[in-house]
Every structure is written in C-alpha cells, then in structure tokens.
Design a binder for this molecule. Structure first.
Ligand code: SF4
Length: 212
C-alpha cells in the first residue's frame, strides 16, 4: 500500500505525487526511497478521495499542522491540493505548502489566487541567489526561466495575503546566503535560512524546507 500521508515530528505530511519538473542535485529521491520508515514512491497519484480517506484514518488533532510536501512537486496536483487544503482548513487545521515555486509554469496559468482558502503558509525554495546557478542546482525542465517564475509566484502568493516566505539552506555558503537576504528584501519577502537537514526528513526530500 502506498504512502499518501505520513507523520514526522508532530506534523502530518501529504505525498500527492512523484512528478517534478526538477532534478535537484540535492534531492533525496536520487538515492533514497523515502524519509524515515516511509517509502514515498507512489504506484499512482492518489485521487482526492484517496487522500481524504487517508486523512480520515488519522486523528488530525494529534498534529500541529498538515503540510503538502512529499516525493515530488505538489502543485502538479493543483486541483487535489485545493480541495484537500480547503477540507483541512474547514477542520480547523493549519495548512502549509512546501513548493519549488514553479506551479505557474507547471499549470500554465497564474495560480496564487487559487491557493487562497486552501493553504495558510507557503514556503518557496529559493535555493540560490541567481538564475544561472539556480538552474545548475535544480535542473528545471523550464531552464533559467524557472528562477524568475519562482520569485514571481512567491510575490503573488504574498500579495494574496498568504503567509509566504523564501528559504535557503546554509550549505550554500555565507556569501550566497547574504545575497539571498538582499534578494528576499528586494522582493519584499522574509527569508528563512535553515541548517542542512539530513535525509530522514521530508523537508530534505522536497528541497522545500519547512519553517516553524
Ligand atoms: S528536491 Fe524537490 S524540486 Fe528538487 S527534484 Fe526533488 S522533489 Fe523536485
């Protein structure tokens, strides 16, 4: 049976898909089956009903938040994400989306307004301080275009009133982190700098670190 929802460190995670436009050099999918004891390779993308059924099997009150973050980019499943997110918010849960920020390229339209009512918090992986190095790191099928698209999406989410932040991992080095701080300030978004997280956590898997 495939892992659609899984828990880790007091949060509940939803694994919507294995699809991704990137092949990040740091992606845990390169040499791991999942995180912790959870195998996150799916045999099919779960339907909305399958996700809701999996959520009904757990006690949501046991978790501080529910996070769309698995072994792929959640915005490939935008309709499912919106429906499940709205359902969770109706249960009173805090909902977070960890994303590479390429959802508008993936869906070929502006999507930030559609996320209102489905998620409370969005963490967008900035990863790098410039488009060229970003693309060398994430290897998006959209090429260097993905960097500006990611920043544009993050800004639009904030504009919609969603609590939005950019994130980087400190392994990129102090100089690059400083540049990322300047870039985040320039686009008017908070930057979360996190320490390297080992592959036992879903944040590592997604490259979209969660912030508390
Ligand atoms: S780290 Fe995230 S964005 Fe990068 S390849 Fe893996 S799933 Fe895709």
């Amino acid at each position: 049976m495939q892992t659609v929802v899984y828990d880790l460190d007091g949060a509940l995670y939803i694994n919507l898909t294995n699809r991704c436009d990137c092949a990040c050099s740091f992606c845990v999918r390169r040499d791991h089956k999942g995180v912790g004891d959870h195998n996150l390779w799916l045999d099919h993308d779960p339907s909305t009903d399958e996700v809701l059924e999996a959520l009904r099997q757990v006690n949501l009150e046991d978790y501080r938040e529910v996070v769309f973050c698995g072994f792929g980019e959640p915005t490939y499943r935008l309709e499912q994400l919106k429906t499940v997110g709205a359902w969770l918010k109706a249960q009173g849960k805090r909902v977070r989306l960890n994303t590479n920020g390429h959802g508008e390229l993936i869906n070929n339209r502006r999507i930030a307004p559609e996320l209102v009512g489905a998620v409370d918090v969005i963490s967008v992986s900035l990863n790098m301080d410039n488009a060229k190095d970003y693309q060398m790191t994430v290897n998006s099928r959209y090429g260097e275009l993905a960097f500006d698209a990611m920043l544009s999406f993050a800004k639009d989410c904030a504009k919609q009133g969603i609590d939005t932040c950019l994130s980087v991992v400190d392994v990129i080095g102090q100089g690059r982190v400083a540049n990322c701080r300047k870039l985040a300030a320039k686009v008017g978004l908070p930057l979360r700098v996190r320490a390297y997280i080992p592959p036992e956590t879903p944040e590592y898997a997604s490259g979209t670190p969660g912030e508390e």
